[in-house]
Design a protein around this ligand. Structure first.
Ligand code: PAF
Length: 279
């Protein structure tokens, strides 16, 4: 496994692979890797000849400086996991490498940008699309793999790819859960034992909605799931919604199709998100 720190060295390494018409996949990450990331690498290995993983905690997507500061960075653990997962190239640039000078980035991501996560983390998806575009420019990948856990992020990245008409296929991979249902997330490291227990209500509320979807109407599913979340000590609910999977607007017609339940809550000091496809 090659570890590369500069865009120039990365381009030099990948150029002959591109010339040989081999397929390159990128798995962008912010490190603190877990089995969810490993599943993205495994999916990428199925479809590409070479897998590049980036590990970069991108400052422009953080809306709270404290959140950026406490974002976990277990470097040695990450390198070991990437090696074991069969990643071919790791790209670990510095902030200076990715942002050599101040930049004004803004693209039209449509109305979805301002909903849900966009409402609680203003400007977040501008930062995400800014760095993903830079990573795509550096790697020139054929395929890019992202986790469905960041459901809205996948929509925003697809929008950015359309905006620039990039020849990259964006692949969304299923959420990987702990045995008790908790969605795997780099942020789970920050949960105390009590938070970890309380956090289970997120996946339980989603499971409740999925398993009662046939017999109840959307209003009562929302009411009961919200009550579960609000009734759990140490959990501060930001939103629980059943929405259209493209527009993320609330949907009350069970037969509308393409429905997804999405939740975000602060558990102790850690903000978590999760979602479940409903049909
Ligand atoms: O999902 C993430 O880890 C990040 O938002 C991403 C896509 C690597 C961009 O920094």
């Amino acid at each position: 496994m090659e570890i590369i720190n500069t865009i120039a060295a990365l381009k030099l390494l990948l150029e002959p692979i591109k010339q040989a018409h081999q397929k390159i996949a990128i798995v962008p990450t912010m490190g603190a890797l877990h089995k969810g990331h490993v599943s993205l690498i495994a999916a990428a290995k199925q479809l590409a000849d070479l897998v590049v993983c980036s590990v970069f905690v991108n400052p422009t997507q953080f809306t709270d400086p404290k959140d950026l500061e406490k974002y976990p960075r277990p470097l040695a653990h990450d390198i070991k996991m990437l090696e074991e997962a069969g990643c071919n190239v790791v790209f670990m640039p510095s902030v200076r490498e990715m942002y050599p000078q101040p930049e004004n980035w803004h693209i039209d991501l449509g109305a979805v940008e301002f909903l849900l996560e966009g409402e609680f983390r203003k400007g977040h998806y501008q930062g995400v699309t800014q760095i993903v575009k830079k990573l795509f420019d550096a790697v020139n990948p054929d395929l890019a793999f992202f986790g469905q856990k960041d459901f809205q992020q996948v929509l925003m990245i697809k929008k950015m790819v359309d905006h620039f008409q990039l020849p990259v296929k964006v692949v969304s991979c299923p959420i990987i859960r702990e045995i008790d249902g908790l969605a795997m997330s780099s942020r789970n490291i920050n949960l105390t034992a009590q938070d970890r227990q309380n956090a289970l209500v997120l996946s339980k509320a989603l499971e409740y909605v999925k398993s009662h979807f046939k017999e109840k109407n959307i209003e009562s599913l929302l009411e009961n799931a919200t009550a579960m979340l609000k009734g759990t000590a140490g959990v501060e609910l930001d939103y629980f919604t059943i929405a259209n999977g493209e527009t993320l607007l609330p949907e009350y017609d069970k037969n509308a199709g393409n429905l997804v339940a999405l939740v975000a809550a602060k558990v102790g000091e850690t903000r978590l998100i999760d979602n479940m496809l409903l049909d």
